[in-house]
Design a protein around this ligand. Sequence first.
Ligand code: MN
Ligand code: MN
Length: 462
Amino acid sequence: MKNTTAWEKYGKKELKELEALNSEYKAFLDGGKTERECVDQVVEMAEKAGYEELGGVLASGRKIKAGDKLYAVCMGKTIAMFNIGSEPLECGMNILGAHIDSPRLDVKGNPLYESNGQAYLDTHYYGGIKKYLWVTQPMAIHGVVCKKDGTTVKLAIGEDPKDPVFVFTDLLIHLSHAQMDKKASDVVSGEALDLLVGNRPLAKADLGEDEKEAVKANVLRLIKDKYGFDEEDFYSAELEIVPAGKARDCGFDSSMILAYGHDDRVCAFTSLKAMLDVEAGKRTTCCLLVDKEEIGSVGATGMSGHFFENAVAELVANMEGESALKTRKALANSMMLSSDVDAAYDPLYAEAYEAKNSAYMSCGLALMKFTGSRGKGGSNDANAEYIAKVRKIFDDADVSYQFSELGKVDVGGGGTIAYIMAKFGMEVIDSGVPLFNMHAPYEVASKADVYEAYKGYKAFIK
Ligand code: MN
Ligand code: MN
């Protein structure tokens, strides 16, 4: 069995559609560098398509019926969308799931300090990263600062061409003899990843009596003037350091996209587009975009939280009368594509892959029966009968797809949200877009795979 490139099957019409979809995807990436920014964009797109907020509909006492389009948001970071079908919810849903958090550096609670004439923001990385890749690159600060008066300041500094950017410094090569002999995991330590944010001291005359550090004091003044918050407000902030700048076409042929956050916004965006473009028939369709996958799907906004289950219970209660059993049946009878990115076979690092069970760039949606590591530990296992059904759906819709495992046996591995949904008893398979250099500041995806993912998700929920 051999994988074939999807590019060869496209005519003029498909290529036009492919480019339009990818342009929209790049704009989605540029507008959504944090999970909160992604949710804001999704809500805007959903409302434009006629979706209503579930809480408001429930509060109004209105009875939900077939054809209704609803969404629910959890703490601004996770969102579930439902397009209600004609059969009872207990018959199950067709679910598209993906995550919208990405690896990055988070600003600590007490972050700002001055050292030897520079001001820095202390960070703690989020998700699995090769730390040495994140130094000497232009970085932006995105997120929210929540103040005691109940107001929230939204920040995205470093994206407008007039904005300054920030940087994590690295040791110059001339003095790196000892550093170059270190293991890659030790070359840049977690505590060395402090963001350079200032170098100019406040004039002596303007310094307060208890202000000893003039560079830090100057940064705090600028923050207060421009963004309206104080040093203590960092305690109640969620600020994420991400690569600055826009998603770009990659290659002479512009066949790929180089961008921050493909993992997993590439699956989130294509799932969302499919959800918005397909009208529900008999079965209710659902698109679930969640937070915290990169650190184990923990917390209220991660897949392990009860937000999704609660939303389904609310729907059942409204439409059919409160029933714990019907809620369980609705979940157990569902089918899901749990979508997350896959490792694309990289010939420059061939030793990490098993060639005939790897996903290839531009060969379409990658399906994984199981993920996990070292003997499938921590994995979901998609049922063979279900995989046969998914193959038929994709073949009938002329979707390019491939089967893969993440790397060679015992080389590594990874987890997704699939096993959490599988606990409800539903049919789940991991599917997603193959990437080069996953979890690096800039990752590579093929435009053909973005297009095939969208087509596959559409066929699946139809
Ligand atoms: Mn990841
Ligand atoms: Mn992922």
